[in-house]
Design a protein around this ligand. Structure first.
Ligand SMILES: Cc1cc2nc3c(=O)[nH]c(=O)nc-3n(C[C@H](O)[C@H](O)[C@H](O)COP(=O)(O)O)c2cc1C
Length: 192
């Protein structure tokens, strides 16, 4: 079974480190993984043109449809975001809005396992709110959302400002690993 990790930062820093940590845990538990960084991808905004009502398509010609195809091919999706003014990054929000074709063409993400990771420069900088925004997208896509098991957080939540900082946050990394373990557990239940 395959787990797709998505890093929603504009740079390759803490979010990427944490999502990759989660994917490493998945691989240690015999799952296939793939990582996509949104940094550098062309992601235009949804214009509500309606093209995706008729087919699995989008009128915007950029990098998004390839990401949607990878989402559709995965059994689980782990989405990470930096905390920007208490919210997900604009880049990630633009991607979420562009996932309308997946929903309109038969709820293509239905019952896939979903988990969230957030990192912020402050200890209480809004990471929980970011995790809940990611969960909201997953719930509206009818995914099965999981948290972080025994560390009793809503997902992976870490502190770090400069690239490399978040991997030093031992408690935060533990919540990321436990989130990945919960994804593993949910996929094993689906496999039975
Ligand atoms: C525009 C902007 C807004 C930010 N807002 C917050 C915030 O509200 N709370 C917080 O804890 N950190 C905030 N930060 C810090 C980032 O969340 C932090 O540096 C994070 O590690 C960035 O992740 P990345 O390395 O994956 O890009 C902000 C950073 C930027 C650039």
């Amino acid at each position: 079974m395959k787990v797709l990790g998505i890093g929603g930062s504009h740079r390759r820093g803490n979010t990427e480190d944490l999502v990759k940590k989660a994917l490493e845990t998945c691989r240690q538990n015999r799952l296939e993984t793939e990582y996509i960084s949104l940094a550098g991808l062309r992601i235009e905004y949804c214009t509500d043109c309606g093209a995706c009502r008729k087919a699995f398509t989008c009128s915007q010609k950029d990098d998004v449809m390839a990401v949607l195809q990878k989402m559709s091919d995965a059994d689980a999706i782990i989405v990470g975001s930096p905390t920007y003014f208490g919210c997900v990054s604009g880049r990630l929000k633009a991607l979420f809005d562009r996932t309308l074709p997946l929903r309109r063409q038969g709820n293509m993400l239905k019952d896939k396992v979903g988990a969230a990771i957030a990192v912020g420069g402050s200890r209480n900088g809004g990471q929980e709110h970011v995790v809940q925004q990611i969960h909201a997208w997953m719930l509206i896509q009818e995914m099965t959302v999981v948290g972080d098991k025994k560390t009793a957080h809503f997902g992976g939540i870490a502190v770090g400002r400069n690239p490399g900082d978040a991997l030093q946050d031992i408690v935060g990394v533990e919540t990321v690993v436990n989130t990945a373990l919960k994804v593993v557990e949910a996929l094993e239940k689906q496999r039975k």
